[in-house]
Design a protein around this ligand. Sequence first.
Ligand code: 6R9
Length: 645
Amino acid sequence: MSEVHVYPVPDSFKNSSSIDLEGYQAMYDQSVNDPDTFWAEQANQFLTWQAPWSQVTKSDLNKGEVAWFIDGKLNVSLNCIDRHLPARADQVAIIWEGDDPDEDQFISYQELHDQVCRLANALRARGVKKGDRVCIYMPMIPEATYAMLACARVGAVHSVVFGGFSPEALKDRILDADCQVVITADEGLRGGKRVPLKANADTALANCPNVHTCIVVRRTAGSISWDGARDFWYHDLIAKQAATCEPEVMDAEDPLFILYTSGSTGKPKGVLHTTGGYLLQAAMTHKYVFDYQEGETYWCTADVGWVTGHSYIVYGPLTNGATTLVFEGIPTYPDASRFWQVIDKHQVNIFYTAPTAIRALMGAGDDWVKKTARTSLRVLGTVGEPINPEAWEWYYRVIGDSRCPIVDTWWQTETGAHMLTPLPGAIALKPGSATLPFFGVQPALLDAEGKEVQGAGEGNLVIKAAWPSQIRSVYGDHQRCIDTYYSTYPGYYFTGDGARRDEDGYYWITGRVDDVLNVSGHRMGTAEVESALVLHEKVAEAAVVGYPHDIKGQGIYAYVTLMSGEEPSDELKKELLALVVKEIGAIARPDIIQWAPGLPKTRSGKIMRRILRKIAANEIDSLGDTSTLADPSVVTQLIENRANK
Ligand code: 6R9
């Protein structure tokens, strides 16, 4: 392995109020040795409770049972808004930067309060009550955050569905959670292009008989169809409502949201998060990991449709009374300097983005960066996939002018908040490593026999003890939660990732060890893409694998076997791509389709994906053992016709 460059904590952090290495170690030790005291202190420091808890935590990982701050009462929107008033009434809570660089908005905490209360009242007027599920299918506009917080205010459980998902995917998610209300917009706007959100919702809702209310924000004023019995303009509904609204008192373990994510089987899982523990860890990590200081402007470029947007655009920053930037657009519109221009325009201090964006912008060249100042930046972060050291170095040197630590944060939809991550004032950095565990997080590596690896080594990454923002269930199917996360290694939470630990105890994530792809930081099950492909009448079988992709991290490589008598054609390829986009969304469109007369299978009929991955990666010299194949000639044929030579 090439030599690892270590970046020490910058001097500028040494005498600041940030936590240093001794501080981190002391707090980490306490969090593990005396968790009740540690978490009680943090919960009182970070959150406002309406009633105290009777017990800090109770869990049984064998049953996937996790509970924090039992009997404690609080409301998330009160914690994100009301308690910051009146001191922060005029402070900007949300900076909204439109897709068009000339459009922006500055929303104060008072305004946020009023907007959220009006919408919360409107939801109640439409019959929404505690425990009901509300689907949010929105562009990145302030109303998306109002919608999340309004749900939290009335105790409704939101299910945000990424605006890039297809009507089909939206419908599945609405039905699975039995949402009765949908909040959307006429159209989204990204990179100058319109996204037909309302039209997509109409298609989805044609098959969702329980949805009685669809609330529509007017974003572009594009023409849309209207169902007079079901559809309501957002501005009409809130106009009649008061700007105050009594928040519902919630139990710490009442559900806050459902967020669908891909696993290794075909059907996305509704990951369920609850109120107290989730909010605490989102807020704590936002403070400690980004070293957030009073008055700073913080920008996370994720979409609220992903967990990163939930925890680090909305809940973490607002709980801490921060100014959070919501960006509607894309990194390359109007040109590849957009991110850096927005940083200068709004004097952003903390910037959090994905490796795929960094690689794409690195590819565009340094000139786009150099024409901006970026002097306001203090901390940089990444999330979503492993960052390759080249991209890390570029981010550090060119974007941060070698001044700003990079926090490489490893976590998952299921973990709710950061799990492995540096703290910028405490932990020396190694490019490509998510470094050390956050407070209370007890990682371990298990070998092929399920035994814990001691010291330096490699294995499957598991977590040994419950943490506050842990997944509580898979919505409607707790058994699936147990099967997916707790049965592979009884007594442990299994992450689905592999990792290496070095001599300094630093963790290096090596990627998924299951059939989950990570394409531009978006999780996708190979089975989901395969199910879409085989819907085509001419397709007999499909196998999907990931392959290394310069920008996306992983690309999608699909092997497709046609029904006998069917001929491959470019036309058919186009139909298959369109089918995947229709079933899931553009993010799942395969990069490569290879026609496969047959797939490599074992004698018992199992597809040998290991071989397909090697062929897709063009690593044909290291196919490994092929002796268990039913028909080895299939492999020779696939190699000859591989698309990635
Ligand atoms: C937050 C988020 C989770 C999967 C996870 C892992 C990968 C995320 C990473 C990372 C290496 C990092 N992942 N952060 N891999 N280094 N810093 O991305 O959630 O969409 O559920 O994806 O993403 O493979 O298991 P989610």
